[in-house]
Write a protein that binds this ligand. Structure first.
Ligand SMILES: [Zn+2]
Ligand SMILES: [Zn+2]
Ligand SMILES: [Zn+2]
Length: 361
């Protein structure tokens, strides 16, 4: 992902000898004079702001500081001899960079109160402007505390719950027995029969669809197109918009941090609606009757049309002691067994459904 540079900020470090906070580019403690050792770490400053001084920016870009092998003092990357002890820095080790220090946030931070004299100082101040005392780092803004879990932890299913489930299952079984299991024997008379047969008619018709321009079938008829965001690219392309993430600060190993943000280009492409000829059901012809001799509807296909799926449906209604019971024959020869007025022994379940039937004597 391409990285964009927004500038540099000065970091800070805390003296391991006396606890004083120091500006990142200072190499020795401003209170006790101790050198910042190789183990000292840089932190984000309490108040972040981009460096505008060109000389300081050049310094920030010169690479990580080196540590004097004789006295441990930090020296600039391009120094040849230690400014503290004069030692030769030819073989001096460069400071390691700790990577990303955090998000870049240049919003003004609240002032800090001097613990010594009570004077309010700007958030970025390291020493009190009135009495010169070292200032503590302001507390970071308090995050809302996560609400504690009030629910008791559930360890498996409670015996009470298991009992409830068992009771419910038993009730269901008893209910199912009463509904489906309790069948009764009846003698029914066929009161009516009916059938319905239909045939679908298919033809090639224009069907509307939509797709990205490069995925439109070659035989399609394009109606209209519009630009829509489709993908991300590392480089600028036609119809692209730059989208950047939150800026963050990267330790440069010399008391400054580089402020960068990761950016990409969101590329829009043409999305088009089109029509395309597809074989579809355009009509259905149906024949109906109440006799026992079902027929297929007459099919008069016009040019360009063809026969589609066939469907058939049959129904027999019995009457027994003033009640009606219906039966669905599977095919025409099944239907033919039920002339109107014929008598049948029916087995009927609790829901009124016929589960078995045979001719009555
Ligand atoms: Zn110190
Ligand atoms: Zn030295
Ligand atoms: Zn003070």
């Amino acid at each position: 992902m391409p990285q964009e540079e927004l500038g540099y900020v000065e970091l800070e470090w805390t003296c391991q000898n006396c606890g004083t906070r120091n500006p990142g580019t200072r190499k020795t403690c401003m209170s006790c004079g101790a050198a910042m050792g190789a183990k000292g770490k840089f932190d984000l400053p309490a108040q972040q702001e981009l460096i505008t001084d060109q000389e300081k920016i050049k310094q920030a870009q010169s690479g990580p500081d080196v540590t004097c092998p004789y006295c441990g003092t930090r020296n600039s990357a391009n120094a040849t001899s230690c400014k503290q002890c004069g030692g030769d820095l030819t073989d001096a080790q460069a400071r390691g960079k700790t990577g990303v220090l955090g998000a870049y946030d240049d919003a003004p931070q609240p002032e800090v109160k001097c613990p010594n004299c009570g004077t309010l100082n700007p958030a970025g101040a390291l020493k009190c402007s009135a009495c010169g005392a070292s200032l503590k780092r302001p507390e970071p803004k308090a995050e809302p505390a996560p609400t504690p879990q009030t629910l008791a932890p559930t360890r498996g299913l409670s015996p009470l719950l298991i009992g409830g489930i068992v009771a419910l299952l038993a009730l269901c079984a008893i209910g199912a027995y009463f509904i489906f299991g309790r069948s009764s024997q009846l003698v029914g008379t066929v009161s009516s029969t009916s059938w319905q047969r239909s045939i679908a008619i298919m033809a090639l018709v224009p069907v509307r669809d939509a797709a990205w321009q490069n995925q439109i079938p070659s035989d399609a008829n394009v109606l209209s197109c519009e630009l829509r965001p489709r993908r991300f690219s590392d480089t600028q392309e036609p119809n692209s918009t730059k989208v950047c993430g939150t800026p963050y600060v990267v330790d440069q190993g010399n008391g400054t941090g580089k402020v960068v943000q990761d950016c990409q280009y969101q590329v829009s492409e043409e999305y088009c609606s089109f029509t395309r000829m597809q074989l579809s059901v355009i009509n259905t012809v149906t024949a109906r009757g109440t006799d026992l001799n079902p027929v297929w509807p007459a099919l008069a296909l016009q040019s360009g049309q063809q026969e589609g799926n066939r469907a058939e449906e049959y129904r027999v209604v019995f009457e027994a002691s003033g009640q009606q019971y219906s039966y669905t024959p599977q095919n025409a020869s099944d239907l033919a067994r039920f002339p109107r007025g014929s008598r049948w022994n029916l087995t009927v379940n609790g829901l009124g459904g016929i589960t078995a039937l045979q001719p009555a004597q």
